[in-house]
Design a protein around this ligand. Structure first.
Ligand code: PMP
Length: 288
């Protein structure tokens, strides 16, 4: 595999950055996870816009234009002979000293890894996920806004560990007020009767690109989705539930904290949306 590192492709084994990079020392940097479907990078512009906003939020000035990054993403896919895969785009703060100040870091690093993707096993799309609520709260936006996709993912990693310890693959994270924010790497949708709901991103969620794409699909289907604060009660008593994310796409949830969702099988709308999503992925993209 060839990794894009600051303007050139290097062998995987040689893709190295300094131990003084603040990306390593402090998780100081931003990233994106992007899908490649049939030679088409899904929603590349949206991912690059989110990357720019994440960088702006942490005062990281990227010296590359959007076009330069976009070209490098496409070139990385071509270089590795990929038609379908997963692209990890990383911008680190760059080399500094052992102090915290970002001002000592003059040279941000751009890394692009284009690889094959590991998906959730098919059984979870067929039978649905069983998940828990993590005791680990989503961090407060006044501390580090969850809308920033930063290299500092320990909050999510701890909640993911809670899920794994409980024998689950995902966990719901609540915000400081006890409202549902999101899962460790996915956004949440629930249905009560014919009313669909998803937490507003300011409840402490990443503004998921898949979430946005699914909202578009639902609008096309004349389904309105209310962005409202949700408690665990609303989740436990939902008739249907699914999660969205770049890797997961649209995946059904059938059990939360031991409460069965709907009749305990994936909902009909979830299956329809996953189908519609698969039709959309090669249309809303950038050819490599
Ligand atoms: N929330 C978090 C915390 C995430 O890391 C992700 C990305 N895996 C998502 C939600 C889903 O966002 P997207 O649809 O852009 O992948």
């Amino acid at each position: 595999m060839k990794v894009f590192l600051n303007g050139s492709f290097v062998d995987q084994a040689d893709a190295k950055i300094s131990v003084f990079d603040h990306g390593l020392l402090y998780g100081d940097g931003v990233f994106e996870g992007i899908r490649l479907y049939k030679g088409c990078v899904f929603k590349l512009e949206e991912h690059l816009e989110r990357l720019e906003k994440s960088a702006k939020a942490i005062l990281l000035k990227m010296p590359w234009s959007r076009k330069e990054i976009s070209d490098a993403v496409c070139a990385s896919c071509r270089e590795n002979g990929l038609k379908d895969g997963y692209i990890r785009l990383i911008v680190t703060r760059g080399v500094g000293n052992l102090g915290l100040s970002h001002k000592n870091c003059k040279d941000p690093q751009l890394i692009i890894i284009a690889d094959k993707i590991t998906l959730y096993p098919q059984e979870f799309y067929d039978n649905g996920l069983k998940i828990i609520t993590s005791p680990t709260r989503r961090m407060n936006p006044a501390a580090l806004p969850p809308m920033v996709k930063s290299l500092n993912y320990l909050n999510n990693i701890l909640a993911k560990a809670d899920a794994m310890q409980a024998g689950c693959l995902e966990a719901i994270m609540l915000n400081d007020q006890g409202y549902v924010a999101e899962c460790t790497g996915d956004n949440i949708f629930i249905r009560h009767g014919d009313r669909w709901m998803t937490p507003p991103y300011h409840a402490g969620a990443l503004k998921g690109i898949t979430r946005g794409a699914v909202l578009e699909l639902m609008a096309d289907m004349d389904i309105t989705v209310d962005e409202v604060n949700l408690t665990r009660y609303e989740v436990w008593t939902a008739d249907e539930m699914f999660l969205t994310g770049t890797a997961a796409e649209v995946i059904p949830v059938v059990d939360v904290d031991g409460r069965v969702i709907g009749d305990g099988t994936p909902g009909a709308a979830t299956a329809k949306l996953l189908d519609a999503f698969h039709k959309k992925v090669c249309v809303d993209g950038t050819m490599i």
